[in-house]
Design a protein around this ligand. Structure first.
Ligand code: AHR
Length: 495
């Protein structure tokens, strides 16, 4: 006899909106993310629009990606945006010092990225160069993309073919300032931030720029505390946080060929996100009790050894059911902390780390993580439904993890969505939800599961893993019972 876990959904009065930006993505000049992933150039045989792959655009539009961060990552603090504007044949080359030492021709620059965002219907999030740039350079970039009137930078933009400004609202002020962004101390960076942010004028006339401070590495709470203490709150739209689910930086393990104990360790790292956002939020609460400043988890995901035979600097890895469970779990954590976590960016969008899309020349596939993000996009801008329950345990080698995680929301049409993840690699878990309180009469659902944790999509079998209709539930007398198979992700819709 299976134990039943009872989940109680609360009413949504005064509840929080799940900001759609939690479902954001990240495109760095790294490996084959931008070049080959998004951008193939307009002379490519691969169908494209101004050099951007049409298949990738269609897939990302289907996913409803709300924002896209660019050009890094570590690359951002080496990037000089003026190298990437004007006639392509006149652009200087740059050596990508962080990622493989490759020489790139700057053929994908500011216009290419911002026009691509328009094509995708997504909001751009530009990461400025603080580490090796200047205050003037970043101030000029803001003016170049956002100023409508006559100015040196807007004149240059018009000369380069774009009359109307793009009105970019979200700006990162450096990246990982504690590491590749300049190895700064928190105190030093807070001072730099104040200086850079001062000269990033709001030319958009749309209610201010959202300036995001380079944030903590996982559990570095002193970093968040120092920024919150030393940067005036009116200069701060968001404070970032980076956390990767990596079991050991020196021995990250294979992306596909892994045993259950490795899976358990990956999920332990993924579940740490709960503690991280809780503790970083508590620090922010001390200085910003009205929660005006967002916690922006602008890099998250699983990180394994690169695929054998691939360039070690390109961070190309496959994506299995482990990644699907990791994504569903992390997104549930973000949804449940939506009062403070108002933006997040999965690392990275195409061909790098926990990608939603992989490409191989003309071919493209959607990963299990893509499918989870698509199943969960029903939560974008919906009202969070707070919930309580006590999870059963997933036990391995005398260690425990909570087996079940859940988030729920009600959308503008009045539909309720409940996303459920069972982390347990062997045990089906049973949950029960009282639907009467929510006035739900009928339920439907979809599930992402497979027979092995290591299962993944390949270019020869790109649809091995995809969501299917879920039938493993029953509604009786207003009570919903669901049997959640091992390592599966489910989204239910109630109306
Ligand atoms: O996403 C890969 C890298 O991870 C990013 O460039 C950097 O910010 C982080 O360390």
């Amino acid at each position: 006899q299976k134990e039943t876990t009872v989940i109680t959904l609360k009413n949504t009065e005064n509840a929080t909106t799940i900001n759609k930006n939690i479902y954001g993505h990240f495109a760095e000049h790294l490996g084959r993310c931008v070049y080959g992933g998004f951008f193939v150039g307009d002379t490519s045989k691969i169908p494209n629009t101004a050099g951007v792959r049409n298949d990738v655009v269609t897939a990302l539009k289907d996913l409803k990606i709300p924002n896209l961060r660019w050009p890094g990552g570590c690359f951002a603090d080496t990037y000089h945006w003026k190298d990437g504007i004007g006639p392509k044949e006149q652009r200087p080359t740059i050596v990508n010092q962080w990622w493989g030492g490759v020489t790139e021709d700057n053929s994908f620059g500011t216009h290419d990225f911002l026009n691509m965002c328009e094509l995708l219907g997504t909001e751009p999030y530009l990461a400025g160069n603080v580490g090796s740039g200047t205050v003037q350079e970043l101030a000029d970039w803001v003016q170049y993309v956002n100023f409508a009137g006559k100015s040196p930078m807007s004149d240059l933009r018009v000369k380069n073919g774009r009359k109307e400004p793009w009105k970019v609202k979200i700006w990162g002020v450096g990246n990982e300032a504690w590491g590749c962004g300049g190895n700064m101390t928190a105190d030093y960076y807070a001072g730099e931030y104040r200086k850079y942010a001062t000269f990033m004028s709001d030319w958009t006339n749309t209610g201010g720029l959202m300036r995001v401070a380079s944030g903590a590495n996982s559990g570095d709470y002193n970093w968040t505390e120092t920024l919150m203490k030393n940067i005036p709150s009116n200069m701060l739209g968001g404070v970032a946080l980076h956390h990767y689910s990596v079991i050991d930086w020196k021995k990250k393990g294979d992306a596909v060929d892994f045993a259950e104990d490795i899976y358990f360790r990956t999920m332990t790292e993924a579940l740490k996100m709960e503690e991280l956002v809780t503790k970083h939020s508590a620090i922010m609460d001390k200085y910003d009790p009205k929660k005006k400043i967002a916690l922006v988890v602008d890099e998250w995901g699983g990180w394994y050894e690169v695929e054998k035979g691939s360039n070690p600097g390109f961070l190309f890895q496959q994506n299995t059911m482990r990644d699907a469970v990791l994504a569903g779990t992390t997104l549930n954590i973000f949804n449940n902390h939506a009062d403070r976590v108002r933006m997040a960016n999965l690392a990275q969008c195409v061909n790098v780390l926990q990608a939603v899309i992989l490409t191989d020349k003309t071919k493209m596939l959607l990963t299990p993580t893509y499918h989870v993000m698509k199943m969960y996009n029903v939560h974008q801008d919906a009202t969070l439904i707070p919930l309580t329950f006590e999870s059963p345990l997933y036990t391995l080698n005398d260690k425990n993890l909570p087996a079940i995680n859940v988030s729920a929301s009600k959308d503008a049409k009045g539909l309720t969505h409940i996303s459920l993840v069972n982390i347990d690699s062997k045990k089906e878990n049973k949950i029960e939800i009282d639907l009467n309180a929510l006035g739900i009469k009928t339920v439907s659902g979809s599930i992402l599961s497979s027979s092995k944790l290591q299962d993944h999509n390949t270019f020869d079998n790109p649809t091995k893993i995809q969501p299917i209709a879920f039938k493993g539930f029953e509604v009786k007398k207003g009570k919903l019972t669901v049997n959640i198979p091992p390592f599966s992700v489910i989204t239910l819709e109630g109306k």
